[in-house]
Design a protein around this ligand. Structure first.
Ligand code: DSN
Length: 421
């Protein structure tokens, strides 16, 4: 970063502060992670200088001798890792990927059916504030009010009633495994396409600890930077018969030139995700989440669905007499970064809801295991019990900084000199 330091000391200082924040705190936002130094370096490479509208072998600018190879490598690695017939690696991120799928298959006003946003769905699954809810007839299914689980009978009833052109499975805040065979069967009853947004759990699928949607879905979208631990970007995986429609929808449908530096970093991430070490990483994400869930429940925390099968948990804080926002702010001061989150059938407003969402991908990347999850659970319990005690929060932040110094985060190893308390 020496050149940045000389040219732009303000941005340099901010980047350094963010490095320290990421190193010193326990990051539990379920969609975040730490990429490797190799991925950081590739993202910052000269590939950022190139324009390459089109696809390998059919571009609109010259000079693609290298870029074509980069993109072909990324595509091939994604096909091999996920067993997909066709992959597009160009979407800028998850939201454009989902919108590209709609452009490929829908006309304005057509019906889509996805998980309701307050129940764990994503904005682009048909929320009214999103283009997906404004340009299409967006219908939603909800979780079961008693169990907090998806109820496939009610999803089927809703599907039969609204007859969507696309049935969407996938979520941002649902702690259980999805039954893709059941979604497929429901979609088939009305001749709908099945789209699975696996952004949150793509790394778990790659690591073999979550069922793959690829054999069941017509189209699978995913970001590349969550549990998959790549750069910020996205991919669309689909059956070969949809390849042309998807490619045309991404470019020229909604995007111009792909970000070739990101494409290369996605290729690196896919290589990492194909390794035995990544399989172990994925297993540990789940072991950590289950350990934390059990420990929090033993302390009287209410978890939606009473636990987790994946990398995240949703905590209903109502019985702790604290709102999600107040809890998230206190935890952040104490060195644990989470997001406040609506719970199903929340009676509070989305900007200050009843829950928090906790995820284990990032802390697992820095080497936290079951033992550390019990410490995290203790920290969370104490902070939630005393959220306004600034001195205590500061002391906790220092304890957490010392704990973190013993677990250097990928890409930030240079900041950590192990300390003991
Ligand atoms: N913003 C992401 C999340 O936190 O789940 C979804 O795209």
């Amino acid at each position: 970063m020496e050149n940045v330091k000389d040219l732009d000391p303000e941005i340099y200082a901010l980047v350094k502060q963010e490095e320290k924040r990421q190193s010193d705190k326990i990051r539990m936002i379920a969609s975040e992670n730490y990429v490797s130094l190799a991925i950081l370096q590739t993202t910052g490479s000269v590939l950022t200088n190139k324009y390459s509208e089109g696809y390998a072998g059919k571009r609109y600018y010259e000079g693609q001798q290298i870029i074509d190879q980069v993109e072909q490598l990324a595509v091939q690695r994604a096909k091999d890792l996920f067993g997909a017939e066709h992959v597009n690696v160009q979407p800028y991120s998850g939201s454009p990927a989902n919108i590209a799928v709609y452009l490929a298959f829908l006309n304005p006003g057509d019906t889509i059916l996805g998980m309701a946003l307050p129940h764990g769905g994503h904005l682009t699954h048909g929320a009214q504030v999103s283009i997906s809810g404004r340009y299409f007839n967006a219908q939603a299914y909800e979780l079961d009010a008693v169990t907090g689980l998806l109820n496939y009978d009610t999803i089927r009833e809703k599907t039969l009633a609204v007859r969507p052109k696309i049935l969407i499975a996938g979520h941002s805040a649902y702690p259980r495994i999805l039954d893709f065979a059941r979604f497929r069967a429901i979609a088939d009853e009305v001749g709908a396409l099945l789209m699975v947004d696996m952004a949150h759990f793509a790394g778990l699928v790659a690591g073999g600890v979550h069922p793959s949607p690829v054999p069941y879905a017509d189209v699978v979208t995913t970001t590349t930077h969550k549990s998959l631990r790549g750069p910020r970007g996205a991919m669309i995986l689909c059956k070969a018969k949809y390849a042309q429609a998807i490619d045309k929808a991404v470019f020229p449908g909604i995007q111009g030139g792909p970000h070739d530096n990101t494409t290369a970093a996605i290729a690196v991430a896919l290589k990492e995700a194909s390794s035995a070490a990544f399989k172990e990483y994925a297993r540990q994400i789940i072991r950590n989440a289950k350990t934390l869930a059990q420990s929090l429940m033993a302390k009287g925390f209410t978890l939606i669905t009473n636990g987790t099968d994946n990398h995240l948990m949703l905590v209903n804080l109502t019985n702790k007499n604290i709102s999600g926002k107040r809890a998230a702010k206190a935890l952040d001061k104490a060195g644990i970064v989470v997001n406040y989150n609506a719970i199903p059938f929340d009676t509070r407003k989305p900007f200050d809801p009843s829950g928090i969402r906790l995820g284990t991908p990032a802390l697992t990347s820095r080497g936290f295991k079951e033992k550390e999850m019990l410490l995290v659970s203790d920290f969370i319990e104490k902070v939630i019990a005393d959220p306004d005690n600034d001195l205590f929060l500061q002391q906790t932040a220092e304890e957490i900084r010392i704990l973190c110094s013993n677990f250097p985060a990928p890409g930030l190893e240079h900041l950590c000199k192990p300390e003991s308390k």
